[in-house]
Design a protein around this ligand. Structure first.
Ligand code: NOJ
Length: 697
């Protein structure tokens, strides 16, 4: 650490103003002009650079052809795998499996690093409560406690140490409030109180910084009426001063410049000034720092201090990554690393645990491989590309195992008939063909969903139904009165009308990555007992949005909220079935009254009533009966996974820090208020058993 301080301070002293500003400049489209700028020490980082060889060439320019030889940061959006594509982050969050999630991030970093990437623009830790927003796919759902745990796992994974250095620097994004864009319209404004910000939206960021995230990215939106990249209160104030984050802040793509379109900066120079004042260290791609910061500092010489602080942070990250020792990558390494069989194996592990079983009437699943005929019908029946999901980095469709491929390869006795019936967006439905195929089978599997390009950045939707004519396809198919299993792939919750009532089984597969087909096969045929639980509420109707389990208490709690329907979700947060039935009993608290310094300890018995061995995600929620401010009706505060053989009972032990029961008061200070609380333990946010406890003065 001291070495770092000494090293960076010494380097800083040698730097000219131009060289310092150069470190604060990042470009995203490589060409000869940019290479010249690197040569002149006018660029400190890049994004969208392809391959180890190119990266080495660029590092050579930075190291050998500039006066001070400062290596480059090379960033990339490695959202759910580099080439080995894992489930989209929202899907993966449904595994609630922190070890698996950390491992995915670690593998992604390893593959990315072998291709020269040393900075990963992930994890996205934005809380998202509006499924119309396309970027809900990139996060961990609606809950900030789970979001914080997953944020930590992902940061640790991306920053896995190898030869004493982190493989890559992680970049939790988008600081902050981006998931609350009004109407789910990407890039839109955000309007929330500081209390909401601190209660719901900040915790995953705080958690990510606590485990050592080296950088963070600020968001496109405004908050408290100022765009984030130039927001002094939220960046310099909350992030730096309150949260003590001393890592590097990078803007989002051209977002410093975009303060002009938000109409808070009158020109590029003012945007640059405001970005610097706010402590946005690197300007991504817009060139406003490159073009204006020199003049800004000449006009306000006292601002050199802020430049020095920013450059100190940037050089520190380069130091932490070991780039001053060795900025190069072995150009052959990627051949051994990319799509390594162990990586594929992990992709399957995590994909099967991301699947959520939503309906299983009369235990129709799991299926057996017998002398039967299955009709596999729908746009996802034999599709490869769309399982890659949004932001699939270097993911390639030829790496993906489709559902049909997996069934055809693995089933020995079952005959499979396959028919896509319509395009991936549900258009050009050939109903006659689909029905003809379905008539000749014993069981129908409908492979439905939304295309991958329906989610991700600015891929927002105003309808959340199954695109095109897929609902019509379901309606007609169920008329045949044969067993129907629906698989739905998506990047978000969808409103699926009454499909859940019509079909015998409903399996939510999300976009599962390259092992999608195998994971689905394993779940359908019982090689894997499904254990995924929703990390986001599924609304019945689009008009209910935003609908989330941890909403605050209100007056008139029992009044109906809608004239034309109820305000209950189709599936609540935490919901997901197994082929087994888990029974909860004996919730026992060690002490029913604790002090503010004591942990809450309790045990609960979980029994697998059979008939299959399986994993259960045990969820713990609480409610604070009365407080000085309004609070969520229920709040997740712990969870764990237990594996149980049929008829086995395990006693699960929990220890919860009193901080979990704290709140932000009217002055937005974090406090633990004494009083009575109810603890809820169960298999989802609704099905719980409870016990009261209190916290004394
Ligand atoms: C814009 C996106 O909002 C951000 O998530 C991403 O990292 C940057 N572009 C760079 O591609």
């Amino acid at each position: 650490m001291n070495n770092k301080k000494e090293f960076v301070e010494k380097l800083l002293k040698e730097m000219t103003l131009e060289e310092k500003i150069g470190q604060m400049v990042q470009y995203g489209k490589l060409n000869d002009e940019i290479k010249d700028k690197i040569r002149q020490g006018k660029v400190g980082s890049l994004l969208n650079v392809q391959g180890a060889k190119t990266v080495n060439e660029l590092q050579k320019i930075a190291v050998n052809e500039t006066r001070l030889g400062i290596p480059l940061l090379i960033g990339d959006d490695v959202i759910h795998g580099y080439r080995t594509t894992f489930p989209i982050p929202l899907a993966e969050s449904c595994s609630w499996d922190l070890d698996l999630i950390q491992k995915s991030a670690s593998i992604a970093a390893k593959e990315a690093k072998s291709c020269g990437v040393n900075w990963i623009f992930a994890p996205m830790v934005d809380i998202a409560r509006d499924p119309r927003w396309g970027r809900i796919a990139e996060g961990a759902g609606e809950d900030h406690y789970l979001g914080a745990e997953i944020a930590k796992a992902r940061v640790k994974g991306f920053q896995t140490l190898e030869n004493e250095y982190p493989l890559t620097a992680s970049c939790p994004k988008h600081y902050v409030g981006y998931g609350a864009v009004i109407g789910g319209r990407d890039y839109n404004n955000v309007d929330m109180s500081e209390n909401y910000l601190k209660t719901y939206y900040l915790p995953p960021f705080i958690a990510a910084y606590e485990v050592g995230a080296l950088t963070t990215m600020c968001s496109f939106n405004d908050l408290f009426a100022v765009p984030l990249s130039v927001n002094k209160k939220v960046l310099r104030g909350i992030l730096r001063e309150e949260l003590n984050f001393n890592g590097l802040v990078v803007s989002d793509w051209e977002s410093v410049e975009e303060s002009i379109y938000h109409r808070v900066s009158k020109d590029r120079k003012e945007a640059a000034l405001k970005g610097l004042l706010a402590s946005c260290d690197i300007d991504m791609h817009s060139g406003v720092y490159d073009d204006n910061l020199k003049q800004v500092v000449e006009e306000h010489p006292e601002l050199i201090e802020l430049i020095d602080e920013a450059v100190y942070r940037i050089l520190s990250v380069k130091y932490d990554l070991g780039l001053f020792e060795n900025p190069y990558v072995d150009e052959e390494l990627h051949k051994q690393v990319i799509l390594h069989p162990e990586h594929r194996k992990h992709a399957l592990e995590v994909a099967k645990r991301s699947i959520v079983l939503l309906e299983n009437k009369n235990g129709i699943l799991p299926l057996k491989d017998t002398n039967q005929t299955i009709a596999l019908i729908g746009p996802y029946a034999n599709d490869q590309e769309n399982h890659l999901g949004c932001w699939s980095c270097k993911g390639a469709k030829e790496d993906v195992i489709s559902i049909y491929q997996a069934l055809a390869t693995n089933l020995k006795k079952t005959k499979i008939l396959v028919e896509s019936a319509c395009d991936i967006n549900g258009q050009n439905l050939d109903l006659d063909k689909a029905i003809e195929t379905a008539k000749h089978c014993d069981i129908i599997i409908l492979a439905l969903g939304e295309p991958r390009y329906y989610s991700g950045e600015n891929n927002n939707r105003m309808n959340l139904n199954l695109p095109g004519f897929q609902e019509k396809l379901v309606e007609e198919i169920v008329k045949l009165n044969k067993p129907v299993i629906a698989l739905i792939a998506s990047g978000r919750p969808l409103t699926i009308g009454n499909i859940s009532e019509k079909v015998d089984a409903l399996v939510w597969t999300w976009h599962l990555g390259i092992e999608a087909g195998n994971a689905i096969y394993e779940v359908l045929f019982g090689l894997t007992n499904p254990s995924g639980k929703l990390t986001v509420t599924f609304p019945k109707h689009i008009g209910q949005i935003p609908l989330y389990y941890n909403h605050k208490s209100t007056g008139r709690p029992n009044f109906p909220r809608y004239i034309d329907g109820d305000d209950k979700p189709l599936y609540p947060f935490g919901y997901g079935l197994s082929y087994s039935h888990f029974y909860y009993s004996n919730l026992k608290l060690k002490k029913e009254v604790i002090s503010k310094e004591e942990v809450l300890e309790f045990t609960i018995d979980v029994t697998n009533n059979g008939p299959y061995a399986g994993e259960e995600i045990v969820q713990v929620y609480f409610q604070d009966h009365f407080a000085s401010v309004t609070l969520p009706v229920k709040q997740l505060c712990a969870f764990t996974k237990v594996y149980l053989e049929p008829l086995e009972t395990k006693t699960v032990h929990f220890t919860i820090s009193p901080n979990q029961f704290g709140l932000y008061n009217e002055n937005n200070e974090f406090v633990i208020e004494p009083g009575t609380f109810t603890l809820y333990v169960g298999s989802n946010s609704v099905k719980v058993i409870s016990h009261d406890f209190s916290i004394k003065e």
